[in-house]
Write a protein that binds this ligand. Sequence first.
Ligand code: ADP
Ligand code: MG
Length: 369
Amino acid sequence: PTSARVKVAVRCRPFNQREKDRGAKLIIDMNGAMTTIQNPETPNEEPKKFTFDFSYWSHDGYTEKDDGYLEANPGSKYSSQRRVFDDLGQGVLDNAFKGFNCSLFAYGQTGSGKSYSMVGYGNNKGIVPITCDELFKAIEAGDKATKYEVTFSMLEIYNEQVRDLLSKDNPKGGLQVRQNPKLGLFYVVGLKKVAVGSYAEIDKRTQEGTANRTVASTNMNATSSRAHTVVTITFDQISKNEAGEETKKSSVINLVDLAGSERADSTGATGDRLKEGANINKSLSALGNVISALADLSSGGKKKVMVPYRDSVLTKLLQNALGGNSKTVMIAALSPADINYDETLSTLRYADRAKKIKNKAVVNENPLD
Ligand code: ADP
Ligand code: MG
């Protein structure tokens, strides 16, 4: 197995209308690999510094084209959707073709730009659709003697319950999550997994799944989902090796758009919303605990660390993505504004811990039986 760190990217979006209306000040800066954040209450103190594998400045320096696409101005440090795909999405594709499992997940408070980076809006397509599009382009240009098989599934975790987004009739209380006794991995019982033969089919399925999402509004962002959305693509390549035996190379690609990381009280939630917030925090704090435990393990300080994967549905399903057999990338989405200082700092700290995790990815290649 090749031991590799989880790669971490940060991305800072433009001011939104609410921030503009409140005369928000810019507290994030990026220079090379370094991201700094200024505490607005102590403007004379040095800003806090962080370094990440990829730093995407998408706050300013762009022009909106006629079709709505945001393009970098010549000489500006603006990172476009294409640029983010070229680093992160292309990496996922390359690894998938080699037979590695891959995971890409987006973390950050509601409205920070997670869905923009992952899925995108309008002509500003995100990493997920571009990666799916490029996957089929690569298959078409690929080896004609190889048989390619792609499947697609989409689920959401909402209040610690799993809903199949490709299904119209989900059982009350959600689908069950069980552990495979042989592999030790958790899976969702009865989740729909559809074969797809083109990008258009994936696009259609994604729209179907998106329409089935649980959407609840909060003060923070009226259209934002309060659920974790997980898209899983399996990619198999069946070919003959030099000895003439059929072998199968397999890759599982997990694409995760996490629910907002903010504490429930900062969104003005009450009643049912608050319960949701508490559960969302349960999954996300479990994720935080898993990341901390894995970071401790990887830094070698502590020998016996229990990694509490079982504490939430999210961490059960992300077990391989975190500390397991997967090449993993996390993208942390940042608000540029002083009014979000606390949440943005906590996102940066979360991301800083995640980059310490080492995974042990192996090529999944086996003879066909
Ligand atoms: P989240 O999924 O984290 O709740 P969104 O991705 O929906 O947040 O982003 C919130 C708003 O900010 C959207 O209107 C989106 O278009 C805008 N936005 C986010 N990131 C960017 C970016 N990199 N460039 C331009 N606009 C962005
Ligand atoms: Mg979103």
